[in-house]
Ligand binder design. Structure first.
Ligand SMILES: *[C@@H]1O[C@H](CO)[C@@H](O)[C@H](O)[C@H]1NC(C)=O
Ligand SMILES: *[C@@H]1O[C@H](CO)[C@@H](O)[C@H](O)[C@H]1NC(C)=O
Ligand SMILES: *[C@@H]1O[C@H](CO)[C@@H](O)[C@H](O)[C@H]1NC(C)=O
Ligand SMILES: *[C@@H]1O[C@H](CO)[C@@H](O)[C@H](O)[C@H]1NC(C)=O
Length: 490
């Protein structure tokens, strides 16, 4: 046992030593392609924050300059895992009417590609191994053994091909990179809008660098303070209930192509049994070139795509209905997963798993996996218990870790500094990916936090215009927080 005084001192010493190694200037250059008021750079960041401090990795950073000569600071817009924060900024630049531009009246905007993705040492892997289809819900011990060795083989290959950064893709490291970028750009505080995984980066940053935390907006909250069963159950229930809302919408709105079905839920159940009987073909998919996808779709793959496609919420559900109808007529192309032809992955799939396996707890044996999947199926029968967190729970069982047994970012208690920082937590009532339950859990352990809701079904709220997005901008620009518990209708 480490005495509790030491437990407090060790992180402080580590923090101080890390601070000494922090001075690494950012050399801005043009972006590719060059854009007005926009700069790009590669920043040196510590490869392994738990080990020597003089080995670095590079993190790609992009900055959009504020309209003010002397901006108030910077708002970070983290993205990931596997998704490029630079691409997110580019998307905002391509849409000059997006409400995020209002922030430029006072702030710089900063995006970064988390290590392992985009331009920051993207992870490499053996495409042939990734393309093998190995179910993560297992029927028996034979399938369990296949799962166990498959992902080990994949992980070992990725690790060998990627190099040392593979062992250091955890969210804690990403959050530290972000604060180190803040420090070297000479911003006193870190302001942030973190969506989904970016919300996880934001909360984790608060754990590590609370003295420099500014206005933090945590949208689509992820909760890593609970055990895996609670986390999976929350996600799975929210996915299931969102799907039911989708059925209700279809039943009631002639715009939905399933509107003519007498029973939309019955239609879906029948479709699920078709997928269960055999994968459904994906004739529009190519196994070559950009955007290659698999030639057919299994039940697990369909559920993965379904969870993603429920994310945009209404009014983005029209094409989902079309695609479900097409699948029942034998063309499941829209749900097909990427088919990898290359040792790199532009879809973020590989980095997502490699990061997830470092961040989350996994099952430990056949019985634990079996019990969890049966329970989740019983609780969420329509979606069969599938969810993103279940996929980490299952695929990560034998994933190679640099220091076996040590999962860096799991179940950390919220520390005392974090408790006193005001953050703005946002959730839609029904989010198919990051359940509102997470937001309530995090709110419960952070007495200074403000939690607000959007009365909506969908994942992440800030991206779409409305009352809530207006409030977020106002908070960042003026510091004025809404009342705790406010519900926004748009
Ligand atoms: C990928 O794995 C397959 C199957 O083990 C093997 O045949 C192939 O040589 C590997 N490719 C690379 C580039 O290592
Ligand atoms: C498949 O790829 C080829 C070559 O890249 C392209 O010409 C063709 O249109 C693609 N087919 C489909 C169905 O996307
Ligand atoms: C393989 O990856 C490289 C680097 O991302 C890319 O330029 C190339 O187009 C890819 N090749 C294929 C066949 O997808
Ligand atoms: C959410 O919206 C529905 C109608 O769209 C309304 O009936 C309900 O009262 C609203 N809930 C809250 C808490 O505002």
């Amino acid at each position: 046992m480490i005495p509790s005084a030491l437990r407090l001192i060790i992180p402080l010493v580590t923090f101080a030593l890390t601070a000494l190694a922090q001075n690494r200037p950012v050399y801005w250059g043009e972006c590719d392609p060059p854009r007005e008021n926009t700069q790009c750079a590669m920043h040196n960041d510590i490869l392994d924050y738990k080990a020597p401090w003089n080995v670095f990795t590079k993190v790609a950073v992009m900055r959009i300059r504020s309209k003010l000569k002397k901006p108030k600071g910077a708002v970070f817009l983290p993205s990931g895992p596997g998704r490029s924060g630079i691409n997110l900024l580019k998307r905002y630049l391509d849409d000059p009417t997006h409400h995020v531009h209002e922030l430029l009246s006072q702030y710089d905007l900063i995006g970064m590609d988390p290590r392992g993705s985009g331009q920051s040492f993207p992870i490499k892997c053996n495409a042939t191994l990734w393309n093998r289809r190995v179910p993560s819900m297992v029927k028996d011990e034979v399938e369990y053994v296949a799962l166990y060795y498959h992902w080990r083989e994949v992980g070992d290959a990725c690790r060998k091909m990627t190099g040392k950064v593979f062992d250091n893709l955890d969210t804690e490291s990403v959050a530290r990179d972000m604060d180190s970028i803040r420090y070297n750009l000479d911003y006193k505080e870190l302001h942030l809008i973190g969506n989904s995984y970016g919300a996880h980066v934001g909360i984790t940053n608060l754990e590590k660098a609370v003295p420099y935390a500014g206005r933090l907006v945590i949208d689509g909250v992820i909760d890593h303070t609970h055990d895996p069963m609670a986390i999976m159950q929350a996600e799975s229930a929210s996915f299931e209930m969102t799907l039911k809302h989708f059925f209700q919408w279809c039943q009631g709105d002639a715009f939905c192509s399933l509107h003519d079905q007498t029973d939309v839920e019955g239609f879906f159940k029948e479709l699920v049994s078709k997928f269960e009987a055999a994968p459904i073909p994906a004739p529009k998919c190519n196994q070559t070139g950009e955007g290659a996808c698999r030639s057919d779709v299994s039940l697990e793959e369909m559920m993965t795509a379904l969870q993603r496609d429920l994310g945009p919420g209404q009014p983005g559900w029209g094409s989902l209905a079309d695609n479900l109808l097409a699948a029942s007529n034998g063309d499941a192309s829209a749900f097909s997963m990427p088919y990898f032809t290359n040792s790199t992955d532009s879809t973020g799939t590989w980095a997502t798993l490699a990061t997830g396996c470092l961040d989350w707890q996994h099952a430990h044996d056949y019985l634990e996996l079996q019990a969890a999947q049966q329970t989740l199926r019983a609780l969420s029968p329509l979606t069969r218990g599938y969810s993103q967190s279940f996929s980490f729970f299952s695929k990560c069982i034998n994933w190679p870790l640099a220091k076996p047994g040590i999962v860096p970012n799991t179940n950390q208690p919220i520390n005392y500094l974090q408790r006193i920082h005001p953050v703005l937590l946002i959730s839609s009532f029904l989010d198919p990916i990051t359940s509102a339950q997470n937001a309530v859990n995090i709110r419960a352990i952070m007495p200074k936090a403000t939690l607000v809701f959007k009365n909506w079904t969908g994942h992440i709220t800030y991206d779409t215009p409305g009352e809530l997005a207006k409030m977020v901008n106002n908070y960042l620009l003026t510091g004025e927080l809404p009342d705790d518990g406010t519900v926004y209708q748009s």
